[in-house]
Design a protein around this ligand. Structure first.
Ligand code: SAM
Ligand code: SF4
Length: 335
């Protein structure tokens, strides 16, 4: 298993986007792995979190259909997995609704994908399901959290059960004794109304055994039930809350990931150009590019047809503004 957090740290350490683009170009040319596959095997969710588009009835109706058939998965794996550094199951919808995650992980392992992770609200799985996924070789499980207290959690994650979340954390912490290799991560999506209670995060979650905590500032994801997307509103208390969490994580040897206060006001992220070259999004509704034909294409055949190598090389020589695209993703500090 690769240490993705170490790779992310190196990425933060190398400041030159040109050097990073050159690296990607060579990895592409030499047929090596460099893409991250972000896969929503099913496009639906059991919850209606207030910060998420699944809280918008119209959007929910439009989105909630389609899932991969079991027989589609080998083709998907043949087309992409051999170039993948990472397979992320669950990106914009809820992966625990998909009945064939075991098959996906099996294919990922068969194709030697170095890192397979899943992001989930953790409300549907119980010990039997968690155990199967970990035994199959899932390298990382990220649990999403929108509140530290029961009241805030169940308010923001409409339809979720605080007890079910704790139960999953307890089961996963226990499974670590048997399977010490897999990483457990908590993602906390922060807004102005759930920021301050992060101060008591370790009082409530400190006894669980997780390795990574990520703080993820709210982003505007459409016409959602909760709609205060202003980072200005979290700015005032950000450093004191984040500083305390960071120190606690350091004490407990937990990797802490959060944007700095400065990153919240920056309007550019130089690494956006790298994301464009390495990020492959796949769902039952879209497969990477509009003209990618899953029945015939592979990553390589498509790349050849579209002269991807030439395009990646051109990125190395891009100058000025075009090389520093407007911010799409936040810069996260990894401690
Ligand atoms: C859309 S969810 C899909 C995966 C899965 N259903 C889950 O919640 O973990 C992916 C991540 O986005 C986060 N998220 C939800 N609404 C958000 C928002 N408005 N801004 C930033 N992140 C958000 C979730 O907490 C979760 O960690
Ligand atoms: S954040 Fe995840 S769990 Fe919550 S509604 Fe969106 S997709 Fe579902």
């Amino acid at each position: 298993m690769i240490n993705v957090y170490f790779l992310l740290k190196i990425n933060r350490y190398i400041k030159s986007v040109r050097i990073k683009n050159l690296g990607i170009f060579f990895l592409h040319l030499l047929g090596k792995r460099y893409i991250g596959i972000f896969l929503d095997p099913v496009y639906a969710c059991n919850l209606r979190c207030r910060m998420c588009y699944f809280s918008d009835d119209e959007k929910r109706k439009a989105l909630s259909h389609g899932r991969f058939k079991q027989e589609d998965l080998p083709r998907l794996a043949d087309a992409f997995f051999y170039r993948a550094l990472k397979l992320q199951i669950g990106c914009g919808a809820e992966p625990s609704l998909f009945p064939y995650n075991m098959e996906l992980i099996r294919l990922g392992k068969e194709k030697k994908v170095p890192y397979i992770s899943m992001t989930t609200n953790a409300n549907l799985y119980q010990e039997k399901e968690w155990r199967k996924l970990i035994a199959a070789g899932l390298d990382e499980i990220t649990l999403s959290l929108h509140g530290v207290t029961k009241q805030t959690y169940e308010y923001f994650m409409t339809g979720a059960s605080y007890e079910a979340f704790h139960s999953s954390l307890r089961i996963l912490s226990d499974l670590k004794k048997e399977y010490p290799g897999f990483k457990l991560r908590i993602n906390y999506t922060v807004n102005k109304d759930n920021l301050q209670e992060l101060s008591s995060f370790f009082e409530i979650f400190g006894n669980y055994r997780f390795e990574v905590l990520q703080i993820r500032p709210i982003q505007q994801l459409g016409n959602t039930a909760y709609n205060d997307f202003s980072w200005n509103a979290i700015y005032a208390h950000y450093d004191s809350v984040i500083g305390k969490l960071k120190a606690e994580c350091f004490r407990n040897q937990i990797t802490f990931i959060a944007p700095s206060k400065y990153d919240l006001i920056k309007t550019e992220n130089p690494d956006s150009t790298l994301t464009d070259s390495t990020y492959i999004y796949i769902s039952p509704r879209t497969c990477w590019q509009e003209d990618f034909d899953l029945q015939k294409d592979t990553y390589n055949s498509y790349a050849k047809r579209h002269h991807l190598g030439r395009k990646l090389l051109a990125k190395v020589f891009q100058k000025g503004k075009s090389a520093v695209e407007t911010k799409k993703n936040l810069n996260y500090d990894i401690n």
